[in-house]
Design a protein around this ligand. Structure first.
Ligand code: CDP
Ligand code: CDP
Length: 227
């Protein structure tokens, strides 16, 4: 397969992947795709239909053919997530209710197959920065630039706690840390496409690194590799 100049970022919850990926895409004039929001979008549909992802995974598979979750072009390089023709709202995809169930939906093999196919289609757009859990290992295993972003569990919980709309009312750092740990555990131990660094990924621990430094470090590596 020909070498693909795609840029992948994988890592656990609240490690700073999407902020770094978004910033990097801006620096490089590339498209940015957040695949976690695609899994979250499907989870919001599943929950709205009253399907329990824990006990009824087969019901999720049944509704897939009627669903349409995709990124469409917005202004310039902006990509907008649509759920069945409607623009996805942050309140819909980033809610604590969706966060609590998304890993159960994401471990269904048919769901992964269905979404990975859609994610690969984005490669046709041009230079792309895509973030998620299995982008460097499964979606674009031939990508030229792969990063695995991490941060300590405490730092990640502290970061998530202050993100508006992402945690329940009255949440504490301990509670958020426990929720994140539960989701990471599921993501790292599922049978299909578990979260793990690709063998050729560059590991970036962002615990003590400001976001701007993370972006600049990655941009330097990519620019050097592209020139
Ligand atoms: O933003 P945060 O790190 O909390 O999570 P996310 O990137 O929005 O991803 C939400 C969930 O979707 C993850 O916990 C995984 O269960 C699933 N996911 C996945 O399985 N594969 C991906 N490529 C992206 C997300
Ligand atoms: O996508 P993921 O869940 O991995 O993390 P995020 O939503 O991009 O980042 C979580 C929060 O950490 C955001 O408010 C970022 O501004 C902040 N942060 C960061 O992303 N990277 C750093 N090096 C420092 C802070």
């Amino acid at each position: 397969m020909a070498e693909i100049a795609q840029i992948t970022l994988d890592g656990p919850a609240a490690s700073g992947k999407s902020s770094a990926a978004q910033g990097l895409a801006k620096e490089l004039n590339a498209y940015f795709v957040n695949t976690g929001d695609m899994y979250r979008a499907l989870t919001s549909v599943v929950l709205s239909k009253g399907i329990d992802p824990e006990t009824q995974p087969e019901e999720i598979e049944k509704i897939l053919p009627e669903q349409d979750i995709r990124y469409v072009s917005g202004e310039g390089l902006e990509l907008l997530l649509q759920i069945n023709g409607q623009l996805a709202q942050a309140s819909q995809v980033r809610s604590p209710e969706v966060a609590a169930k998304v890993s159960l939906v994401a471990k269904v093999p048919a769901v992964r197959q269905w979404l990975v196919k859609r994610q690969r289609q984005s490669a046709e757009l041009g230079l792309i920065v895509m973030e998620g859990r299995d982008i460097g290992t499964v979606v674009f295993p031939e990508a030229k630039f792969k990063f695995y972003v991490s941060a300590s569990p405490l730092v990640r919980a502290q970061r998530r706690l202050v993100q508006e709309g992402e945690v329940s009312e009255g949440a504490t750092v301990e509670k958020v840390a426990a929720e994140i740990a539960k989701r990471d555990e599921m993501d790292m131990n599922r049978a299909v496409s578990p979260l793990k660094p690709a063998e050729d990924a560059i590991k970036v621990d962002t615990s003590d690194l400001p976001l701007e430094e993370v972006i600049s470090l990655m941009a330097t590596i990519v620019r050097k590799g592209l020139s």
